[in-house]
Design a protein around this ligand. Structure first.
Ligand SMILES: [Zn+2]
Length: 551
């Protein structure tokens, strides 16, 4: 009977609407949720006959809920495309969940919406194509060719509303039966909540739209209107470089104790006595969308997670204090923090060597830097200058694209973006090469700073870490509470020139006592204000990492 349906020209007419919608519900709850069932079946709690019976109960309840959902959102006028959209949503989400161990929550969807073409290109693969063709093609074809009983007028309503009432009732009974087993599972494994397709995506999109709307209704809140900076001696205006790293996790930094020599440049600077590496730094978020605005925010991580207000950033405060500020971006933009200051996108420049591979290496941000800084207002530069460099860093999953071919220390490299299909060592090699390139870039930046005849310093801090297959998890973007340390433990370093050492009157021994303390992105706002010696009521000295060690 099923084969007859697939035959070209055969009309699939006259099926009861309940059967049709139940077919789609079954495809969504089973095929469209394969990673959810896999994750459930792997849990240690699933070890008895009762547990397996519970699983079947959960599956039946989910199918019924899916049936209710289908009958709520799909009406005859848009039946065909709507069903295919649901299948595409579920299968694509399933693919990324299975391939990268991610879950679908509001920040993950925000990330997906703000991505650029290069990032999308990096994620496309043959496996994705196959998943969509099989997962959407087969049930989609079936769905498209079905012709349920038309029903007239009120009949449609009774069919669909009847399904909603009946489905909800049966699902409620089933859920009550399995509640005792289900509740602890959901409590102990919170990631499961974000794994049910397509409810996770629907919830995330709705939540995001709500937040965006709330935020857009808020006017921009000014901060730091009282900011002021002291005038330095002539020719002694400080120059601070802040390198915002991308996807660099502390665990793979040689300077942090990693077994491989991924950071020879940083360690050489450390041996010279001018570089301080902070060993216990937590990121604000697990993705760029959350972390970057949070790093430049006067509020801490918890306030940022809840906030609907739209505030100015650290860079606005520096600008108000009269400093020259420049944002160089070699990635996907500054997420709003540089909106009111000079910024320049280096990622699409044409440079015969630095951009030969289609994308620009992070070194491009050092190319012509003197000239770019010279374009900033002289009266501001006489006070001081902050240059932020937003790296491409270790952006995945195509790590192998993040280091030039003549600088690859660790071979062979994984060159697929379907990370879970790669050899673990080759994947690590590609990632470590990207860290080694960041180390090289930081070395180049410090070399450039050493040639400047003014006090200079460089802060480096990554926006979040990365998972490289530990427990089947890849990439980043896990909800913060359940994120593994790999995604939140980030590297941070401070390099100080001799002239800056005097300008700040740094106590070296004191600074060394700060290295093992638990810092976080929350400290960046105050540490940058302190580094620039800016007075404002917003500044909290106890949050400034170097405050106690400058005199
Ligand atoms: Zn990032």
């Amino acid at each position: 009977m099923f084969l007859k349906w697939l035959r070209p020209g055969a009309a699939l007419q006259g099926l009861h609407p309940w059967v049709v919608s139940a077919g789609l519900a079954l495809a969504l709850s089973t095929l469209g949720n394969a990673p959810f069932w896999w994750a459930l079946s792997q849990l240690p709690e699933i070890n008895s006959l009762r547990a397996y019976a519970g699983l079947i109960g959960i599956w039946a309840a989910l199918t019924l809920l899916m049936w209710v959902f289908v009958n709520v959102v799909i009406w005859p006028w848009w039946r065909k495309p709507a069903g295919v959209v649901l299948l595409v949503m579920s299968m694509t989400a399933s693919y990324f969940m299975a391939m990268y161990g991610v879950v679908i929550d509001p920040t993950m969807v925000a990330n997906a919406m703000h991505t650029n073409t290069a990032e999308v290109r990096d994620l496309l693969s043959l496996t994705l194509l196959l998943t969509v063709v099989i997962g959407v093609g087969v049930p989609g074809l079936w769905w498209w060719r079905l012709q349920p009983q038309a029903g007239i007028g009120w009949q449609r309503w009774t069919h669909q509303l009847g399904a909603v009432v009946l489905g909800s009732g049966l699902a409620a009974v089933l859920l009550l039966l399995v509640f005792q087993d289900l509740a602890p599972l959901m409590r102990n494994h919170t990631n499961l909540r974000y794994m049910v397709n397509p409810f996770n995506t629907v919830y995330a999109v709705g939540r995001l739209a709500q937040n965006n709307q709330a935020q857009q209704q808020q006017p921009l809140q000014t901060i730091g209107d009282d900011a002021s900076a002291r005038w330095p001696d002539a020719k002694a205006a400080p120059l601070l470089v802040l390198v915002v790293g991308e996807t660099a996790r502390a665990a793979n930094f040689g300077i942090a104790g990693y077994s491989r020599a991924t950071t020879p440049q940083l360690q050489a600077l450390q041996a010279e006595g001018d570089l301080y590496y902070f060993n216990q730094v937590q990121s604000c978020g697990t993705n760029t969308e959350i972390s970057v605005p949070c790093m430049f925010s006067h509020q801490d991580r918890k306030a940022n997670a809840k906030r609907t207000m739209n505030y100015e950033s650290l860079l606005d405060v520096l600008r108000k204090a009269g400093w020259a500020v420049l944002w160089l971006d070699n990635q996907s933009g500054c997420k709003g923090v540089c909106d009111r200051i000079a910024h320049f996108d280096t990622s699409n420049l044409k440079h015969p060597f630095l951009c030969a591979a289609g994308e620009c290496w992070d070194e491009i941000m050092l190319d012509g830097l003197t000239e770019r800084i010279a374009l900033l207002a002289p009266e501001r530069r006489a006070r001081g200058t902050v240059v932020v460099m937003h790296q491409m860093g270790s952006h995945g999953p195509a790590y192998y694209k993040r280091s030039p071919s003549n600088q690859k220390k660790f071979l062979p490299e994984c060159t697929s973006n379907a990370l879970s299909s790669c050899n673990a060592q080759a994947l690590l090699n590609a990632y470590d090469n990207s860290i080694a390139y960041t180390d090289y870039f930081l070395g180049q930046a410090v070399d450039w700073l050493k040639t400047q005849d003014q006090p200079t310093a460089l802060w480096y801090i990554s926006d979040h870490g990365e998972s490289l297959g530990e427990n089947g998890i890849y990439l980043h973007g896990m909800p913060y509470k359940m994120a593994p340390k790999d995604q939140t433990h980030v590297p941070m370093a401070l390099w100080v020139s001799q002239a800056m050492r005097q300008h700040w009157a740094v106590d070296d021994a004191c600074l060394r006592t700060q290295l093992e303390k638990p810092w976080s992105h929350d400290n960046l706002f105050h540490s940058m204000l302190g580094s620039a010696d800016i007075q404002t009521g917003l500044y909290q000295p106890e949050m400034d990492i170097t405050r106690a060690c400058r005199h």
